[in-house]
Design a protein around this ligand. Structure first.
Ligand code: UT7
Length: 331
């Protein structure tokens, strides 16, 4: 009996129109374009300005584009997973709102919280659901309206993040198809120091005048700690998946890395023995869009992907969480 695999059959994205560039940030906080570019690689990021729109809007737009790309009707979708740390509400889940917005009336859905590793975790889970034979078509979405939790007076964090969504349709492969998601690894190491967190709004620190006044609803990050952990973790997990699957650097066509910091991406590529032409980098245009970075890369590079290309998707994020996927492209 042949093993069922899952493969990406459609990719979509959503980017808000508003461009917040480094020059505008210079007018908001004590920073400068040169510092931001050399420390992070970021030149601009997108911000969803419309107060009536949030993560599920961007996720639904990306999903509609992915469905059209796959030639799949919304009613054929069995499940929707939205990876996000900025859901419209704690509940109902953003996946439920997306289900309604796109008319996926036969799908169940839920949100997955794994910060910047969210898309990698969600895609791995969806692949297992399809491999089990129980589900046929799944929408996997990474979407974050980071501007809703960024303190635009904190120069250490406000320069990093942007808003966006990316989505893929995952379907069962044909029996003869060599492609699809071949393998994945996922890791978690609970960080009770909360080096990267949104401290309030949950059940430990519910919203109060004090939590608002002390800015506890905004992202707080110990940049140096997270930088060190992410640099090691993303490179380690990328090597781990290569070794597990006997892949050399020549075998890898593309590294699709989470876009948190250009220096982290470059360190990962170096450890994998990859030249920069094999690395998808769009951080300069969008910043860190958390769960959306990897599907946004897939979208931006989709016309360059060839059947048989070996892709390594790799991410590190808050939690801490980290993971990688080995995917052989076939469309
Ligand atoms: O996606 C999830 C995972 N997240 C990450 O992977 C992010 C990981 N962290 C980072 O990418 C980096 O730590 C940052 C980009 C956040 C910061 O870069 P860094 O090289 O670690 O800088 P630093 O925090 O060590 O700060 C160096 C200096 C400090 O000044 P002093 O103490 O040396 O005088 C900061 O106050 O740069 C200062 N600084 C800034 N200067 C101009 C911090 N932010 C800014 C700024 N503009 N925006």
């Amino acid at each position: 009996m042949s093993i069922k695999r899952a493969k990406i059959t459609g990719i979509g994205h959503y980017l808000p129109d508003y461009v917040l560039d480094n020059a505008e940030l210079e007018t908001m906080v004590d920073t400068n374009d040169e510092w931001i570019r050399t420390r992070t690689g970021i030149s601009e990021r997108r911000i969803l300005k419309d107060p009536d729109k949030a993560t599920s809007f961007m996720a639904a737009e990306a999903a509609k584009e992915a469905l059209a790309d796959a030639g799949v009707d919304a009613e054929e979708i069995d499940a929707i997973i939205v990876a996000t740390v900025t859901p419209d509400y704690f509940f109902p889940a953003s996946a439920a709102l997306v289900q309604k917005k796109i008319g996926a009336k036969n799908a169940f859905g839920y949100d997955l919280s794994a910060a910047c590793s969210g898309f990698v975790f969600a895609l791995s889970e969806a692949a297992m659901m399809i491999e089990s034979g129980r589900l046929k078509k799944i929408l996997v979405i990474g979407a974050d309206k980071m501007s809703s939790i960024v303190d635009f007076t904190d120069r250490a964090t406000c320069i990093l993040f942007g808003d966006a969504a990316g989505a893929v349709v995952l379907e069962e492969t044909e029996e003869t198809d060599e492609g699809g998601i071949i393998d994945f690894v996922q890791h978690t190491e609970g960080d009770d120091d909360c080096s990267l967190s949104q401290p309030a709004g949950g059940s430990l620190n519910p919203a109060s005048v004090e939590t608002v006044e002390s800015k506890m609803h905004f992202i707080q990050q110990d940049g140096r700690v997270v930088f060190k952990k992410a640099t090691e973790g993303m490179a380690d997990v990328s090597l781990e998946i290569m070794e597990k699957n006997n892949l050399t650097s020549e075998d890898v066509a593309w590294l699709v890395p989470h876009q948190a910091n250009l220096r982290i991406i470059q360190a990962t590529a170096r450890r994998m023995g990859l030249t920069e032409e094999k690395v998808m980098i769009n951080i300069q245009k969008y910043g860190n869009t958390t769960a959306a970075t990897i599907p946004l890369c897939l979208y931006d590079w989709k016309d360059q992907l060839k059947d048989g290309d070996n892709l390594i998707l790799s991410a590190y994020g808050g939690g801490f969480t980290w993971g990688a996927i080995y995917l052989k492209w076939s469309k």
